[in-house]
Design a protein around this ligand. Structure first.
Ligand SMILES: Nc1ncnc2c1ncn2[C@@H]1O[C@H](COP(=O)(O)OP(=O)(O)OP(=O)(O)O)[C@@H](O)[C@H]1O
Length: 243
């Protein structure tokens, strides 16, 4: 993790203001975070503190009002000005995982992964081969031909992780991916993020309320009233004590 290598994600002083006048809400103020390639970061904080605002800004879904976002060393946002076609940039470089897996119900597990690759122009044969490899990597290859309704919540989330990895993203962003899972399955999914970051060199940010698996993360940040800070290791160790 040398500082001279471009970071997977570099967010500099992001501010987001919703509304104006009486209805103005400063959801995020001067939030900065550098995530190295291969680093897995947890983002904690109470409801309404600005976590989703930060994640969707870095995910190029919701422009910041001020601040700069660089992905893999490339400046993509300066204030609300975008320096690239965000849609195609997102498809090529970013993978998203949400609280619910959002799988397409009438496609099988493998087809759900495959379609992400085919939308990016991959051939049917190559995308099928890579989808199968991903399902094997995530331990759900035996479920390839099942429809989502036949899978447990944890299995569905693994398929969603496979889909997010389909286009070899350099950045993976997850918003409460374990909220619908029990502690054991939640931990397994968190461990997958660490594995993907460490083995594939992706930068990963996981927003979570789940304090049970914090030891899986390299770095922990906390958001409070729109202010982002990095937690000291002792605080994170404290936060991981089950209650
Ligand atoms: N589109 C919007 N318009 C106006 N205010 C918004 C909008 N989206 C979010 N906010 C406000 O911005 C603040 C931060 O919201 P955000 O969703 O980022 O918090 P969060 O930490 O992700 O919360 P949770 O854990 O409940 O998902 C809140 O006060 C919220 O009400």
């Amino acid at each position: 993790m040398s500082q001279s290598e471009p970071a997977a994600i570099e967010a500099e002083q992001l501010t987001k203001i919703y509304g104006s006048g009486n209805t103005e809400v400063v959801a995020m103020k001067d939030a900065s975070m550098r995530v190295e390639k291969g680093e897995v970061v947890a983002l904690l904080g109470p409801s309404g503190s600005g976590k989703s605002t930060f994640l969707t800004a870095v995910g190029l879904i919701n422009s910041p009002t001020r601040g700069r976002i660089s992905i893999g060393g490339q400046l993509v946002h300066d204030g609300d000005v975008a320096y690239t076609n965000l849609r195609s940039f997102r498809r090529r470089h970013l993978g998203f995982i949400f609280q619910k897996s959002n799988l397409i119900p009438f496609l099988s597990a493998i087809e759900n992964v495959q379609i992400a690759m085919q939308l990016s122009g991959e051939s049917a044969r190559a995308s099928r081969r890579r989808s199968m490899e991903l399902l094997e990597y995530l331990g759900v290859a035996d479920r390839a031909s099942n429809f989502p309704s036949m899978l447990s919540g944890g299995q569905q989330q693994r398929i969603a992780v496979a889909r997010a990895l389909a286009n070899r993203p350099s950045v993976i962003l997850a918003d409460e991916p374990t909220a619908a899972l029990d502690g054991h399955r939640g931990r397994q999914v968190m461990e997958l993020f660490a594995k993907v970051a460490h083995e594939q060199g992706a930068g990963v940010i996981v927003v979570t309320h789940d304090h049970r698996a914090l030891d899986v993360f390299d770095t922990i940040y906390e958001m409070e009233d729109g202010l982002l800070s990095r937690s000291a290791p002792s605080e994170s160790a404290h936060a991981s004590v089950p209650h």
